[in-house]
Design a protein around this ligand. Structure first.
Ligand code: HEC
Ligand code: HEC
Ligand code: HEC
Ligand code: HEC
Ligand code: HEC
Ligand code: HEC
Ligand code: HEC
Ligand code: HEC
Ligand code: HEC
Length: 422
């Protein structure tokens, strides 16, 4: 019995020590793995040396298991700053603004390395960057231009798809504006600082920021993320065609395209501007303050005559659609059945929309095809409305006659009753 108790005691003691040993070993192992004296020490330092645990935990590099030393070098297992930040341990020292693209690019231009983490991530940022104005000027010694960290932040870098990322489509205009809308910062340069203010009034900003339409462009959609223009676009001014394909197809065939190109004029931007693009109306074709044609064409010349005819055609169809709409509305309010003509109106409106696209050929014969198609439908709908009103009047006359007849019968009855009574 005593032997058994002894054995049991020894066994449980062995278990106890084994467990303690295991816990200590595990603690040592995990401490060794996560030991990051850089973060321990720097999280307690004041700005600009401070990097808080909270901030760095948001950084995609931290989340993917990279540490301070992955970018800065050094020995993150040493508590002694002289050893942790020794050149012998690969510590790179203060990273100069000018070295940032090389540092970030050292990993991001290495497809084999990046593929281990994310096979679909582009690796062309470092090769694209020198083609941008930012990259060219940095190479020439300008320290005010944007490097990777100016757009992406530092120590809390997030994937662009993260809504809190500085380069997320919803935030990136503000990121560009930090420099480009700051007149003081841009003082030494000859370019305007109104891009953000104008963009904020544009149809594109309205679509993206107000309606949440992510297919609308923001600054880097037109200017490119890292290069001089987005992929596949030779010059920024030609980017409009990526999205507005129907207008572009018409414009491609126009005399304007060749004329503007040979005069080095920026295509669509000539008539629509680049940053403050508004909703166009037919007045753009007119001779008033919203008109754009008379900037180049002289009153009464061949092109001006065509311009006037184009404007007339559009307003003719617009007027025809409105007239038909009006009479159909009145007919409907009297309970007449005009739903077929209502559907026809949608078709007429489509023709008008199409004509406003075809305008970009600046050819009267092509625009006229859409206008005539629309006019035909609108005329039919107008007729349907008129017929419905005639029908309504006929019913009204019929109703009147039957009321009179009923009245006569009633009067006759009344007279008859009177006669019987007397
Ligand atoms: C015990 C505290 C401590 C540890 C550990 C430590 N640092 Fe530092 N670090 C400092 C202090 C203090 C400075 C500023 C002193 C100076 O300029 O020489 C500094 C400076 C730096 C700078 C340069 C900042 C500049 O503007 O010059 C970088 C980068 C840096 N540390 C990164 C690291 C990295 C990476 C590690 C880990 C491998 C690390 N540090 C470990 C305290 C520490
Ligand atoms: C993804 C790469 C990357 C990682 C990871 C990273 N840094 Fe940095 N760090 C930079 C770059 C780049 C700069 C220079 C920023 C600039 O000039 O825009 C910088 C700047 C600094 C500075 C100098 C600040 C100053 O204004 O002088 C310190 C200190 C620093 N980092 C410490 C750390 C510490 C501590 C960690 C880990 C918690 C860390 N860094 C992680 C890239 C990194
Ligand atoms: C030590 C290698 C290394 C360095 C240096 C480095 N990165 Fe990264 N970066 C990575 C890895 C790995 C990822 C994770 C990729 C993934 O999983 O999506 C990443 C992710 C990113 C992402 C998110 C990409 C996405 O859509 O998921 C951005 C943005 C980024 N890094 C920017 C930078 C910037 C800016 C610098 C310089 C300050 C930098 N990186 C320096 C390795 C590095
Ligand atoms: C002028 C601002 C700007 C600069 C400078 C910049 N980026 Fe970017 N970066 C962006 C924008 C904008 C995106 C894309 C956002 C999106 O996808 O909607 C992006 C995306 C990325 C991505 C995700 C993959 C991709 O290409 O879409 C990585 C990685 C990245 N940048 C790294 C870098 C590196 C490395 C540098 C420096 C060589 C750099 N960036 C310089 C604005 C910038
Ligand atoms: C750190 C400040 C800074 C940030 C952030 C920045 N830029 Fe710039 N950018 C400059 C400076 C400085 C120039 C040089 C001005 C010049 O070209 O004369 C410049 C030049 C440019 C040019 C060329 C202008 C020309 O000369 O035709 C474009 C286009 C441009 N930036 C777009 C952007 C976009 C888009 C973003 C945001 C994704 C952005 N920038 C973010 C500072 C910045
Ligand atoms: C719809 C496309 C588009 C959008 C969105 C856009 N730009 Fe532009 N931007 C252009 C075109 C086109 C030019 C003129 C061509 C050129 O100079 O390369 C231009 C020119 C510029 C220039 C040169 C100086 C100037 O004003 O002519 C800067 C800087 C610039 N844009 C910055 C921005 C910033 C910052 C934003 C966001 C707030 C932005 N752009 C949004 C198309 C766009
Ligand atoms: C990334 C795609 C994209 C690019 C590039 C783009 N746009 Fe747009 N554009 C849109 C979207 C989306 C709308 C909003 C459509 C809507 O209101 O239904 C829009 C609206 C417009 C409108 C107003 C249309 C209307 O019916 O009121 C005009 C004009 C316009 N863009 C012109 C341009 C010009 C000029 C350029 C080049 C400098 C350009 N766009 C570049 C996507 C783009
Ligand atoms: C010579 C001047 C001129 C040029 C160049 C031009 N447009 Fe237009 N654009 C107009 C006029 C005028 C209208 C207004 C039509 C209307 O509403 O009556 C218009 C309307 C538009 C609309 C709105 C269409 C709608 O349904 O109301 C878009 C989008 C558009 N243009 C895009 C472009 C694009 C993209 C280019 C370049 C491929 C371009 N424009 C080139 C004059 C021009
Ligand atoms: C930036 C100057 C400029 C603007 C703005 C401009 N045009 Fe033109 N337009 C030209 C040039 C140059 C030609 C070709 C030379 C010529 O035929 O006179 C031309 C040709 C034409 C033609 C003849 C086309 C052909 O196929 O023969 C018409 C029609 C025309 N423009 C109408 C317009 C209308 C409508 C507008 C306004 C929406 C407009 N233009 C705005 C410069 C301009």
């Amino acid at each position: 019995m005593a032997i058994l108790r002894n054995k049991l005691r020894r066994f449980s003691a062995a278990c106890y020590f084994g467990l303690v040993g295991f816990v200590v070993l595990a603690a040592c192992l995990s401490y060794g793995q996560t030991k990051n004296t850089c973060l321990d020490c720097h999280s307690a330092l004041p700005d600009p040396l401070g990097v808080s645990q909270e901030k760095f935990s948001q950084d995609i590099h931290s989340q993917k298991g990279l540490t301070c030393a992955s970018c800065h070098g050094g020995d993150p297992s040493s508590d002694d700053p002289d050893k942790a930040m020794s050149r012998k341990a690969g510590w790179k020292g203060k990273i100069d603004h000018k070295q940032v693209p090389q540092l970030c690019g050292s990993c991001h231009s290495d497809p084999a390395y990046i593929r281990q983490f994310n096979p679909s991530l582009r690796t062309d940022q470092l090769s694209q960057y020198p083609t941008s104005v930012h990259g060219k000027r940095l190479a020439a010694g300008d320290r005010n231009v944007a490097v990777c960290t100016d757009c992406h932040s530092v120590h809390d870098i997030r994937a662009p798809s993260d809504p809190r990322s500085t380069v997320n489509p919803v935030n990136v205009a503000n990121t560009c504006a930090r420099c480009h809308a700051d007149a003081d910062y841009m003082k030494g340069y000859s370019i305007p600082t109104d891009q953000f203010a104008k963009y904020s009034t544009s149809v594109h900003h309205e679509a993206l920021a107000v309606r949440g339409d992510l297919s609308a462009p923001t600054c880097p959609t037109c200017h490119g993320n890292h290069g001089a223009a987005p992929p596949g676009v030779d010059r920024v001014e030609n980017v409009c065609s990526n999205c507005h394909t129907f207008q572009a197809q018409m414009y491609e065939k126009s005399t304007h395209k060749t004329a503007f190109e040979s005069a080095s004029l920026p295509g669509c931007v000539v008539c629509h501007s680049n940053h403050g693009i508004g909703h166009p109306t037919d007045a753009k074709l007119g001779t008033g303050p919203d008109g754009v044609c008379m900037r180049c064409h002289a009153p009464g010349d061949r092109c001006d005559q065509d311009r006037a005819r184009l404007q007339d055609s559009l307003s003719q169809l617009d007027g025809a659609i409105k007239s038909a709409d009006q009479i159909l509305g009145v007919a409907e309010s009297f309970g007449m059945e005009v739903s077929e003509a209502r559907l026809g109106q949608d078709q007429a409106r489509d023709s008008l929309t199409k004509a406003r696209v075809t305008i970009h050929s600046f050819r009267k014969d092509l625009v006229d095809q859409d206008i005539q198609a629309g006019l035909k439908v609108a005329a039919k709908d107008l007729q349907a409305g008129n017929e419905a009103m005639v029908e309504r009047n006929r019913r009204r006359v019929g109703l009147g006659i039957s009321l009179i007849a009923v009245g006569i019968v009633m009067a006759g009855l009344w007279l008859y009753i009177k006669k019987i009574e007397s």
